[in-house]
Design a protein around this ligand. Structure first.
Ligand code: GLN
Length: 441
């Protein structure tokens, strides 16, 4: 197949299937031209990639799922995208998301919700729901998402695909539209472990444009070729009840498989994990309220009509969706003097404790296993109460706050709905996650 024929095949599938799925916000019309002049010797030549629409693509509209950036065409390219393109990847289009990444269902997109490919009455998860649905429905073989508190892993679980949140800093955040900067990470979604490795080897590594990027050279494909060493796997259960029967079955089944692969399995406790959600929903909105202050209509993005500065700023910011406004209110509240110590300060202290506990745990075991979500995909409109939506992130925010790498892998079904489980590794040991998941695959 020529790169052009590959593009043609995916383009036609998108035309046929996406009107009912809603995975894409924008298609890259330039991809034909890019395919035509592609160097076939490049390592990713002709690999078609869908990119979450909060990742800047030069010359291609990038909305972050928001009315504020509805017509924003970035004059710059995210490092992750630049590195994929330099190796021959073709960007097919930009995928739907919860506005600025704030949500767990993709229903908070300012444009339209994305449907779950396994059941059109259910959500694909979020906020990278468009990327997960696109990969699950084979509208693209691989996709990029971003994960602040679970947004790669949870939609991967709901949509039956693999999703990796790398160690904080392994993939450059340059060009990722900021939600909560101390948590945000770009991560790949794919239908196989090897495809994740292919993307990570291309994207990861230090970047002078992101001061928090790590000097850890990626060696994912190399690691997959090595035999699995004897590893100790810790199962986290404490304080984490209320899983659906399918999730419990998947967990038991996976433990048997891992034991069969020679892993030593033990129950462990991560005492602070059940409280991670509380800290996350203080810290993430706090950072978001600061990051979103820039959308005031004076620099870029949508600008309301008017002469006087303040009415223009107000009318511009009125365009934020309800959930974004809620996060800004919570964020400014927990940061204001008089409340700072009671909320933000304590949440930060908690974050340090959670991290220290994880570090101690990884003296006993080499990996942690827990569900990605307490149940499979929920119905569209099924989480009207914002707190009920937040509770969906119970299992994913721990790795985010601790900065640890975490991988969601498909581990069975409940009825016709996929179930995902999650592996966590020590800081910087992302490759280990893929090795174990490959053995499971
Ligand atoms: N659902 C979480 C939130 O709304 C996580 C989102 C994300 O990882 N971008 O904050």
């Amino acid at each position: 197949l020529t790169p052009k024929e590959v593009v043609q095949a995916y383009w036609e599938r998108v035309q046929r299937l996406d009107p009912s799925l809603g995975a894409f916000l924008t298609l890259n019309e330039a991809v034909w031209e890019e395919a035509a002049r592609l160097d076939p010797a490049l390592p990713l030549a002709g690999v078609v990639v869908a990119v979450k629409d909060n990742i800047a693509t030069k010359g291609l509209r990038t909305t972050a799922g928001s009315r504020l950036l509805e017509n924003f065409v970035p004059p710059y390219e995210a490092t992750a995208v630049a590195r994929l393109k330099a190796r021959g990847a073709l960007i097919l289009g930009k995928t739907n998301l919860d506005e600025f990444g704030m949500g767990s269902s993709t229903e908070h997109s300012a444009f339209f919700p994305t449907k779950n490919p396994f059941d059109p009455g259910r959500v694909p998860g979020g906020s990278s729901g468009g990327s997960a649905a696109a990969v699950a429905a084979d509208l693209a073989p691989v996709a990029l998402g971003s994960d602040t508190g679970g947004s790669v892993r949870q939609p991967a679980a709901f949509s039956g695909v693999y999703g990796l949140k790398p160690t904080y800093g392994r993939v450059s955040r340059y060009g990722l539209i900021a939600y909560a900067s101390s948590l945000d990470q770009i991560g790949p979604l794919a239908r196989s472990v090897r495809d994740l490795a292919l993307l990570m080897d291309a994207m990861a590594g230090p970047d002078p444009l992101d001061a928090t990027s790590l000097d850890l050279p990626p060696r994912f494909q190399e690691a997959l070729a090595e035999p699995l060493p004897p590893l100790r796997l810790g199962v986290v259960r404490e304080g984490l009840g209320g899983n659906s029967p399918g999730v419990e079955r998947a967990l038991e089944g996976a433990l048997k498989v891992f034991q069969g692969l020679g892993l030593e399995v033990a129950e462990v406790s991560w005492p602070s994990l059940p409280l991670a959600l509380n800290a996350y929903y203080i810290l993430a909105p706090a950072e978001a309220s600061s990051n979103l202050a820039r959308y005031d209509g004076t620099l870029y993005g949508y600008r309301a009509e008017g002469e006087e500065l303040w009415p223009v700023v107000e009318a511009t910011r009125a365009r934020f969706g309800l959930e974004v406004k809620r996060r800004i209110l919570v964020g400014t509240f927990v940061l204001q003097s008089g409340y700072y110590e009671a909320y933000y300060g304590r949440a930060q202290a908690f974050r340090r404790r959670l991290k220290a506990e994880a570090k101690a745990l990884f003296q006993e075991v080499d990996l942690l296993l827990l569900p990605t979500t307490p149940h499979p995909a929920f119905p569209l409109g099924g989480r009207q109460d914002p707190l009920a939506m937040y509770r969906e992130d119970l299992y994913t925010v721990g790795a985010s706050l601790a900065g640890l790498p975490a991988l969601s892998f498909p581990a069975g079904f409940e009825g016709n709905l996929p179930i995902g489980l999650q592996l966590l590794a020590p800081w910087g040991q992302d490759e280990r996650l893929l090795r174990v998941a490959l053995a499971f695959e």
